[in-house]
Design a protein around this ligand. Structure first.
Ligand SMILES: [Zn+2]
Length: 356
């Protein structure tokens, strides 16, 4: 399914198997996606079996098609970023916004769990665990750079609506219009049964202007820490998708063709990491593939880092698109860099809505 260009969706493939035959063969991993809900046993004991006819029919697309951006779109996004920075700050030099030179950015998170009865209803511990995972990953505590970004739970609600829960893409506009809270600096994070071949999807900050009410991130509820998605249950789907919400692209964006992901210290990469390769060097440019980067496609156990350049990009994108625009907005900021004071916590879960 391809989405209209205004709101891009990204995603991790649920399970990508069949690793490349050897390093010398290069990165041509053949991959296969496994249906959400399909057990690893059904797919093969390691989740990478020959698969059923249905699964086979879904095969051969190792990346999420929704997240694909053309080179032209990437160039336009980067151009828009630098143009916006110049307009607002008189410079497009992203070093000015480096986290090492700026105070910590704390982003309020409005957490919305969609549910069908008891299914999808997250415990307060799960919600807190996801927030802690975000802070560890973006703080450099799993490896790599500290991006200078932290997350603070600003509210948690549960919406019992089976249709929204099971088809969050189909009802994306409706559910977001109903549930979204805060301004451009508030992260609205939704959990649902995202679906068959992707684990989550996100909007990019460049599109907030056109579609502010669609702004946000949706991840599968089984991908949270200790969730039931084998190999994708450390909460890194949210880390990855929020990376897009903060303006990062896949490390394999554009393959070996400039500008790639537009970040200087993430080497070019011809294809996504599948599974957990120890090593891959798929492009003639300098540097091994960033197989452990959160913006790649490895298993959760394989993901561990952001680069300093990605942190700088996040801060620059924030300054361009999500920072308070004026004194009035800044005055409303409850926490450094945010525009939403938030209410309640994970313990204050409340139910809203119903079937509609
Ligand atoms: Zn992605």
């Amino acid at each position: 399914m391809r989405r209209f260009a205004g709101v891009s969706l990204c995603a991790l493939t649920v399970t990508a198997c069949a690793v490349s035959s050897s390093m010398s063969d290069g990165p041509r991993a053949r991959a296969r996606t496994v249906r959400a809900g399909e057990t690893a046993a059904a797919a093969g004991k390691d989740g990478c079996g020959q698969g059923t006819a249905g699964a086979a029919a879904r095969a051969a697309h190792p990346r999420d098609h929704d997240g694909d951006l053309s080179r032209g779109q990437v160039v336009a996004m980067l151009g828009d970023l630098h143009r916006t920075l110049r307009e607002r700050y008189g410079t497009s030099d992203e070093r000015r916004f480096d986290s090492a030179r700026r105070r910590t950015l704390v982003i309020p998170v409005r957490f919305h769990a969609l549910a069908a009865g008891r299914t999808g209803r997250l415990s307060a511990a799960s919600v807190r665990g996801q927030i802690a995972t975000l802070n560890a990953a973006y703080g450099g505590r799993t490896g790599g750079a500290d991006t200078g970004v932290r997350f603070r739970l600003a509210g948690y609600d549960v919406t019992n609506n089976a249709a929204w829960f099971r088809h969050p893409r189909k009802y994306e506009s409706r559910l977001k219009h109903r549930l979204r809270r805060g301004g451009r600096g508030t992260l609205n994070l939704y959990t649902a049964a995202v679906g068959s071949d992707v684990l989550g999807f996100s909007t990019f900050p460049q599109w907030y202007r056109k579609s502010p009410r669609k702004d946000g991130v949706v991840v599968d509820y089984r991908s949270l820490p200790h969730g039931t998605y084998r190999r994708f249950n450390r909460g890194y789907t949210a880390v990855h998708e929020i990376g897009h919400w903060l303006g990062l692209l896949h490390t394999f964006q554009g393959g070996c063709t400039p500008p790639g992901d537009g970040v200087s210290d993430t080497p070019y990469e011809a294809t996504p990491a599948q599974g957990c390769p120890h090593y891959k060097d798929s492009c003639p440019q300098r540097g091994d593939d960033p197989v452990h980067n959160f913006m790649n496609y490895g298993f959760d156990s394989c993901m561990r880092d952001f680069t300093r350049g990605q942190g700088r990009r996040i801060r620059a994108v924030w300054a361009a698109y999500r920072a308070p625009r004026n004194a009035r907005e800044a005055g409303r900021a409850g926490v450094r860099g945010s525009v939403d004071r938030g209410t309640g916590g994970a313990g204050a879960a409340r139910s809203v809505g119903g079937a509609r």
